[in-house]
Ligand binder design. Sequence first.
Ligand SMILES: Cc1cc2nc3c(=O)[nH]c(=O)nc-3n(C[C@H](O)[C@H](O)[C@H](O)COP(=O)(O)OP(=O)(O)OC[C@H]3O[C@@H](n4cnc5c(N)ncnc54)[C@H](O)[C@@H]3O)c2cc1C
Length: 386
Amino acid sequence: MPYVPTPGACYFAVVGGGIIGLATARELSRRAPGRTVAVLERHSEVAGEQTGHNSGVIHAGIYYTPGSLKARLCVEGARDLYALCEERGIRHERCGKLIIATTEAELPGLDELERRARANGVPGLRRLDARQLREVEPNATGVAALHSPNTGIADFAAVARALADDVQVTTGCEVTGFHETNDGLVLTHTHGETRAKAAVVCAGGAAHRVAERAGAPPDPRIVPFRGTYLKLRPEARDRVRALIYPVPDPRLPFLGVHLTRHVDGEVLVGPTALLEPHRASLTWPGTWKMMRRFWRTGLSELHYAASRKAVARDASRYVPGIEAGDLEPAFAGVRAQAVARDGTLVDDFVFSVTGRALHVRNAPSPGATSALAIARVVADRAEAIV
Ligand SMILES: Cc1cc2nc3c(=O)[nH]c(=O)nc-3n(C[C@H](O)[C@H](O)[C@H](O)COP(=O)(O)OP(=O)(O)OC[C@H]3O[C@@H](n4cnc5c(N)ncnc54)[C@H](O)[C@@H]3O)c2cc1C
């Protein structure tokens, strides 16, 4: 990426060089090419946090509450993301996905996912029986499944780099404060100051901290969850053609241990979702309330983190024969999940405003899939506060 000196002034300043900040900056620049849009990113590269460390799945919009922002923006975002990947030659594949019910007891959960997916307009969805699901994934087993042929995989870090090519990004620049002026605001950062008409903050795991510095209330707060991935050893990879997921626990915003083929051919197994013991999250009352509510799940996730055997046992419920010896370590990613003061895990995307700054307060999965559609919503709202 070319070196871009920190601008002293711009029309829009975008804080954060993840996929959502970059997509928003590109959207704002395209709407009025004469307006200067500056992205300020604290790391030396873009996509250094969630965007570069996730499952790499282009979600089709199955899981989300009909009528929610997630439901609408995921379907729109997936469509736009496939188009961008094709246009820019970014590695991706529309490989399809199975969600498998392994027992009769999981069928109501599968029914509910089907109902949501149809309400959300997920293209091409099919209900499969035990025989049909094996035609899609010959090594999988279950009593029924949903097949989503429009779910796919992409290299999200490459998407972020392609978006960064279209905008002006200053790296190594951490934004530390905001001061409102008569005609805009001044951002203070590690290189000094930048004046802007308005700012858009897409700070991922730091969303609540940056928002509070701009005068926003502390609720909701980002609580980090570490997702650790394993991967199948090369000789075991051919057991999985594409993407295989369980029916998720409806109480949690996570999808359960899944098997996902990556664009480079590796098959990831995971992630586990483990609360990061972080001082900021442990001083938030919502964290303790949430932990009390989910203590059983929390304990089983701790067990996963400690035991490759437990992950293998879980994955082998729908792909029999996977054993601990088939797994090796892959990588970890930290999910930025907002938790309200009352302990509720905030489900939908959340945006809020302080003066001339618009904040993305909660953009967990499917945030990468939805980025180009989130960018349109954020750009509309940012234009309205100038
Ligand atoms: C384990 C895991 C699995 C996931 N799987 C999927 C998936 O399969 N599909 C999907 O669609 N989504 C998935 N997601 C979610 C997806 O990765 C996120 O929704 C998306 O990357 C959010 O993008 P972002 O730009 O908001 O955040 P990030 O990528 O975290 O970027 C935020 C950026 O802001 C910068 N920043 C923060 N504070 C400051 C500051 N003060 N000054 C300057 N810069 C700052 C950070 O350095 C960072 O680069 C997953 C996430 C995780 C962690």
